[in-house]
Design a protein around this ligand. Sequence first.
Ligand code: PLP
Length: 406
Amino acid sequence: MFEIQTLRKDFPILQQTIYAKPLVYFDNAATTQKPRPVVEKIKQGYYNVNANIHRGVHYLSQAATEAHEAARGAVRDFLGARFAHEIIFTRGTTEAINLIASSFAEKFLTEGDEVILSEMEHHSNIVPWQIQAARKNLTLKVVPIDETGALDLEAYRRLFSERTRLVSLTHVSNVLGTINPVETLIAIAHSHQVPVLLDGAQAVPHLGVDVRALDVDFYAFSAHKIYGPTGIGVLYGKEKRLEELPPYQGGGEMIASVSFDKTTFNDLPFKFEAGTPDYIGTTALAEALAYIEQLGRADIAAHEQELLRYATGRLQEVGGVRIFGRTERKSSVVSFLLEDIHPYDTGLLLDQLGIAVRTGHHCAQPLMKALGVEGTVRASFALYNTKEEIDVFIDGIKQVRTLFKR
Ligand code: PLP
C-alpha cells in the first residue's frame, strides 16, 4: 500500500490553508487535483516538444506526434481496447457523448426510434439525446431507480422494444456512487442487438475498466477526473462501430483529400478529430494514467473504499443525516442532507472551515426529482484523502448542526 503522507507531497495544492485552515478537498467527483509529474509533463511539453503534430517533417513536429500517439497507446492499454485507433481524443466526457449522439442519430435514427437512458444520468448524458430527439422525433425511455439508488433491472428489461436503437447509461452515478451492473446491462442490450454507450466519467478514477471484457460498444471519460488535465477526454468505440459512423465535425486532420467537388475523410481515429488536438494535454493524461498504475489501481480502490466505509459510519453517528445511495457496490461518494438544513448552508459553513464539498443538483436534476429533493451535499474521496480529514469534516458537520439548532 502506498504511503499517503509521502504521496500527498506530489499534490502541492493540498498543502495550502483556506481561511487559515488546512484545506480538506472532498470535491473529487467534480475534478481531481493534479500530481507534480502531470503538471511537469505539461511544462516540459511546452518548453521542449511543442510543434503542431502529424503534418510536420521537422524534428519537433515528429517528436510531438510520437508523444501524442504514444498517449493514445497508453489509453488503449488502460482501457484494454484492441486497437489504438479505437481511442478518440475529445474535450471531455460531454463532447464524447455529444459526438456519439450526433453521429449515431445522423446515421441510424429515424422518427419513432428509441434510446434508453436512466434516471441517474448526468445532464451530459441526457441533453445531447434530447437535442437529437427533438431533431429526429425520437423517444427517450428512462430506467427508474429503486429506494437504494440501484437501477430497476426488471424495468430496464421491459423498456426494450423493436424500436430500441441504443442504450446510454452511466457506469457509476456521480451523486449516489452506485456502481451499475454494467456486464448485465450490456448483455441484456446485446440480446436485443442494441449497442451500449457507457459514461465512465465517475468509473475510471476508481475501478479497473476493461472495455473488451465488458464488450461495451462505446465508452467515455474525462482526464480531469482522473488526475489529468482539463480539456481532454476519451471516447472509446469498437472499430466496426466507429467506422460506420459519419464524422462529427469538419476541418483539418479529419480529411484524406479536399476539393470543392468532393472531400474524402481520413481513417480512424482522425476522422473524429477535426482541428489541432490538445497534444500536450494527451501526453499529460498518459502521465496521469502512469501515475495511478504505479501506485496500483487495486490499492487505490481499497483505500477509497476504506474512506467510504469510515465516512459513512461516522456520518451515521452524527444523527439527523440522510444518506442518498445505499447500494452495496458504491464508489467513494457520499451524498447527504443534514436534517432540514439547506445544502448550500451546509456547504458554505464547511467552506469556512477549509472543507470543500459540492452542493446542489450535481448536474442531475431528474435524479433530484426522483429523490424528492432540491439538492444534496456531496463529499467525494480520492487517493490522497485521509481518515484524519474525514474526522475534520465530521467535526464540521457537528458544528453546522449545532449552529442551526440554536
Ligand atoms: N458524466 C458524469 C457521470 C459526470 O460526473 C460528469 C462530470 O461531472 C460528466 C459526465 C461530464 O464530464 P465533463 O464535464 O468532464 O465533460
